[in-house]
Design a protein around this ligand. Structure first.
Ligand code: NAP
Length: 465
C-alpha cells in the first residue's frame, strides 16, 4: 500500500467497472502524482462483475484482469470493508481529497407496484442474481425451486436472460463455475421445467441481446418457443424497426420469427416460452403463496418521440405459475450525505458533476460515474466512456481551480483510529488466490465465501504475521 502524499488525491466510492475505469482515466490523464483510493463496503472488489455477471459467463468476468492492471499503478489503493455513511462520512472525504467520485451503482430493484407483490414465490431477479453469485447481501434468500414447475419472468432484458439460463441450465455445467455453493444445492433440487418470459412490448423491442437468447436456445435439452402470433410485427414496429431499429433488434426479430415458425420440440424437456405484448396486472395467492398471475394484453402506440410504448387493450388472461421473478431493472438507493434523485434513483448530476438537486447548485469537488450517474443501462464497456467523460469534467475543474485542497491527513490513519479493518489490495490478492485454490480443490473455478464475516476471517488469516 503506497502512502497518500500531497499530489492530486481522489476518492472513488465503489470498486466496480465505473470505479476502475475512473481510476484508469485518471492514471492515463497525464496529470502528475495522481493518487486514487477506491472504497468498497464489501471486502472483495469488482462490484457487479463479481456479484452480478452470471457464473457461466466467465469470459465477461475476465475483464477483472484489466482492473488488476489498473490496480498495479503507483498511486492506487483499495479500501475494502469500508462503508460510506458507516465508517466514513462525506466530510471525512472532503477533508482528505481534492475530488470525490461516486461510482456505487444501483443496488436495489424496481417494483411492479401490484397487489400480491409480497406473496411468497414473488422474487426480484436482482436478489436471485446476487444469491447465485454469493453476494453477502443476498445469501439469506430462499428460492423455492424444489416445488416449482412453471415460472413467469417479467421483463426481457439481459438480466432476465441470465435468470432464465441459470434456471434452465444443467446444474452439472454450473457446478464447474464459481456459482455459490448454496445456489448450486438449490438448483440441483429444482423442478423448474418451464420459464415464461413476459415482454410488455413486441419482439422488435425485446431488451435482450441476440447472443443471450441464442445461447439459451443452444443449451442441450432446452427449447425456445414463440407462438406464431408473438413473432408477428405490428405496423408501427415494422416501420420503427426499418427506420430506427438497430442491427441487434433486427437479429432478435429474425431469431424469434424462426422460432415462431418451428414446431415445438418433443425431445427438449425444458422450455423458455417468449410471450410479447403482455404485462402482469395482478398476482394471486393462496395461504400467502403465489399461485397465478393475471397478464394484461398490450398494444403499441408511438410516444411523442415516435418510440413504441405499451398501452393496455383491456383484455387479460390468467397464467398459473409457481413463481414469479421480476427482472424489470435495477434501481439506485440513497447513500448518507450524497444527493439523490428519487424519481430516477440516481445521483443528480450534470455530465458527471454532482448537483444538490435537479436544477440545483453544483457540489464543488463531487462527481459520479457509471449506473449511479446515468441509471442502470449499458454493458460493462459503456462505463469506460462514461468514466472518461466524468474525468474530463474533473480535470477541467481542476485546471480552472475549482477544487478544495485537502487539509486532513491520510484516510488510512483515520480508519485505523476508528478501528475499521480495511482490506488492502494485497489482502484482496491473497484472498483471490485462496478462493481460486479452494475452487480447484472442489473441481470448480473459484470457491466464493458468501458472508463478510467469512471473507474477513480469511483475509485476517492470510495476512503475513
Ligand atoms: P433492461 O435491459 O432495462 O430490461 C428491463 C426489462 O424490464 C425490459 O424488458 C423492460 O421493458 C421491462 N420492464 C421495465 N419495467 C416494467 C414493468 N413495470 N412491467 C413490465 N416490464 C417492465 O434491464 P436489465 O435486464 O436489468 O439489465 C440492465 C443492464 O445490464 C442492461 O443494459 C443489460 O444489457 C445489462 N446486462 C448485460 C448482461 C450481458 O451482457 N450478458 C447481463 C445482464 C445485464 P421495456 O423495454 O418495455 O421498458
Amino acid at each position: 500500500m503506497t502512502e497518500a502524499s500531497s499530489g492530486y488525491r481522489i476518492a472513488v466510492i465503489g470498486s466496480g467497472p465505473a470505479a476502475f475505469y475512473t481510476a484508469e482515466a485518471l492514471f492515463k490523464s497525464g496529470v502528475a502524482d495522481v493518487h486514487v483510493d477506491l472504497f468498497d463496503r464489501l471486502p472483495a472488489p469488482f462490484g457487479l462483475v463479481r456479484g452480478g455477471v452470471a457464473p457461466d459467463h466467465q469470459k465477461i468476468k475476465s475483464v477483472t484482469r484489466v482492473y488488476d492492471k489498473i490496480a498495479a499503478n503507483d498511486g492506487f489503493r483499495f479500501f475494502g470493508n469500508v462503508q460510506l455513511g458507516r465508517d466514513l462520512a462525506v466530510e471525512d472525504l472532503n477533508a482528505r481529497y481534492h475530488h470525490v467520485v461516486y461510482a456505487f451503482g444501483c443496488e436495489s430493484d424496481n417494483k411492479l407496484g401490484l397487489a400480491g407483490e409480497d406473496l411468497d414465490g414473488v422474487y426480484a431477479a436482482t436478489d436471485f442474481v446476487g444469491w447465485y453469485n454469493g453476494h453477502p447481501d443476498h445469501r439469506h434468500h430462499c428460492f423455492d425451486l424444489a416445488n416449482a414447475r412453471r415460472v413467469a419472468l417479467v421483463g426481457n432484458g439481459n438480466v432476465a436472460m441470465d435468470v432464465a439460463r441459470i434456471l434452465l441450465e444443467d446444474p452439472d455445467v454450473l457446478a464447474k463455475t464459481d456459482i455459490a455453493d448454496h445456489a448450486l444445492a438449490t438448483l440441483r433440487a429444482s423442478k423448474v421445467e418451464e420459464v415464461v418470459l413476459l415482454g410488455r412490448r413486441g419482439p422488435a423491442q425485446a431488451a435482450f441481446s441476440p447472443k443471450e437468447i441464442e445461447e439459451i436456445h443452444a443449451i442441450d435439452g432446452v427449447d425456445v418457443i414463440v407462438r406464431p402470433e408473438d413473432g408477428e410485427l405490428d405496423a408501427l414496429s415494422a416501420r420503427w424497426l426499418e427506420e430506427e431499429g438497430a442491427r441487434s433488434q433486427q437479429r432478435n426479430v429474425n431469431f424469434l420469427q424462426e422460432r415462431a415458425a418451428a414446431a415445438e420440440s418433443a425431445a427438449d424437456s425444458k422450455k423458455l416460452r417468449c410471450r410479447f405484448l403482455v404485462a402482469p396486472t395482478a398476482l394471486h395467492g393462496a395461504d400467502g403463496k403465489l399461485a397465478a398471475v393475471t397478464i394484461g394484453h398490450m398494444q403499441l402506440q408511438a410516444d411523442d418521440s415516435g418510440t413504441p410504448r405499451p398501452r393496455a387493450t383491456g383484455t387479460e388472461e390468467q397464467l398459473d405459475v409457481d413463481l414469479v421473478f421480476k427482472a424489470i431493472g435495477y434501481r439506485g438507493e440513497p447513500v448518507p450525505g450524497v444527493p439523490f434523485e428519487e424519481r430516477k434513483g440516481i445521483v443528480p448530476n450534470i455530465d458527471g458533476r454532482v448537483v444538490e438537486e435537479l436544477g440545483g447548485e453544483v457540489r464543488l469537488g463531487h462527481y459520479c460515474a457509471g449506473w449511479c450517474k446515468r441509471g442502470p443501462t449499458g454493458l460493462i464497456g459503456t462505463n469506460s466512456l462514461d468514466a472518461k467523460d466524468t474525468v474530463k469534467a474533473m480535470l477541467e475543474d481542476q485546471a480552472a481551480g475549482a477544487v478544495q485542497p485537502p487539509t486532513g491527513g491520510d484516510v488510512a490513519a483515520l480508519l485505523a483510529e476508528r478501528g475499521v479493518d480495511a482490506v488492502s489490495w494485497q489482502d484482496w490478492q491473497r484472498l483471490d488466490e485462496w478462493e481460486l485454490a479452494q475452487g480447484a480443490q472442489r473441481g470448480k473455478l473459484r470457491h466464493k465465501l458468501a458472508s463478510v464475516e467469512e471473507l474477513m476471517a480469511v483475509v485476517r488469516e492470510l495476512r503475513p504475521a
